[in-house]
Design a protein around this ligand. Structure first.
Ligand code: ADP
Ligand code: MG
Length: 281
């Protein structure tokens, strides 16, 4: 995404707790835009940028994100560009906001949910297991969210992963853990999991990551998205680095949970779940 894009037209309000809006930008593309004064937390914007870079690096299908500049003029002249706070509302922030490239052209249908029969036939269903690596690593405190698109009736739906605002525990930048955190609500997306190989290559890549690589993902995030608190951002990245060897355990906890999400797991439960070598002892 071009760093210099600015919004030229408001299209519509989107669903969801962050009260994002779809905007047309100066590069002719459409962006789902999250604002600094969203009701969740300003850090949600920083989280989206860092987490998207991490997810891209792991090879997951995620929309590119970047900075979209919003003028005072556009906000002042667009009555719908407001954030609701209880009964009242305030204008959306102007300045640098977070834009997520709209995955289709503005006229193509994008689905937030698919019925189970259609979900089971999603062309890249195996990406959900790899997304679990990402969500467990980043301590996504929300459920995993995906959107589904297809080019024509002959092709299957494809999933794209969105909404990483609650990674790193939203505004807290802590890493709480729970077996159902960051998982997709319908376990049928994990039916193809046969063992640890189903999480590759994302799992090995995460476990062998370099702290400098992670620090690079935090570069260039507008400082107003984290209150200029570089020290906290640095600490969060270091904590993320240290967690790389927790991912298997966290997936293991989900595996042993009451939900039994991987009924087709072939590996004998008595076998060690960790590889015999540890790249980062
Ligand atoms: N890149 C995108 N392309 C198409 N639709 C998107 C994109 N990002 C978000 N959406 C749509 O916008 C809605 C809100 O985005 P989301 O990231 O889930 O924000 P929230 O934190 O408010 O839930 C989603 O439910 C989805 O329908
Ligand atoms: Mg959402």
């Amino acid at each position: 995404m071009n760093a210099d894009v600015y919004a030229v037209q408001h299209i519509r309000r989107m669903r969801g707790g962050s009260q994002s809006h779809l905007l047309r930008a100066s590069d002719g593309n459409y962006y789902v835009t999250k604002f600094q004064n969203n009701p969740q937390h300003v850090r949600v914007l920083a989280n989206e940028m860092l987490a998207t870079r991490l997810a891209q690096w792991l090879g997951l299908p995620v929309p590119p994100v970047g900075v979209i500049e919003i003028s005072d003029w556009l906000v002042a002249n667009t009555p719908e560009m407001r954030i609701k706070v209880g009964e009242a509302s305030v204008p959306c922030s102007s300045g640098r906001q977070l834009g997520s490239l709209y995955v289709a052209d503005a006229r193509t249908a994008v689905y937030d949910y698919l019925p189970e029969k259609a979900l089971q036939k999603v062309a890249n269903l195996e990406d959900f297991a790899r997304a679990l690596v990402f969500d467990k690593w980043a301590a996504n405190c929300d459920g995993r969210q995906a959107i589904f698109t297809r080019k024509n009736d002959r092709e299957g739906y494809r999933a794209t992963f969105i909404d990483h605002g609650y990674c790193f525990d939203a505004g807290e930048w802590l890493f709480p853990e729970g077996p159902f955190q960051g998982v997709y609500p319908n376990s049928c997306v994990y039916a193809g999991v046969r063992g640890w190989d189903s999480f590759e290559p994302a799992l090995s890549k995460a476990e062998c990551c370099d702290v400098a690589e992670l620090a690079r993902f935090a570069q260039g995030i507008p400082e107003e998205w984290y209150g200029g608190d570089s020290e906290s951002l640095e600490k969060m990245v270091e904590a993320l680095f240290r967690r790389r060897n927790r991912i298997r355990d966290l997936i293991g906890e989900f595996r042993c949970s009451t939900r039994n999400p991987f009924p087709n797991w072939k590996q004998h439960p008595a076998l060690p779940s960790r590889p015999s070598f540890d790249p980062h002892p």
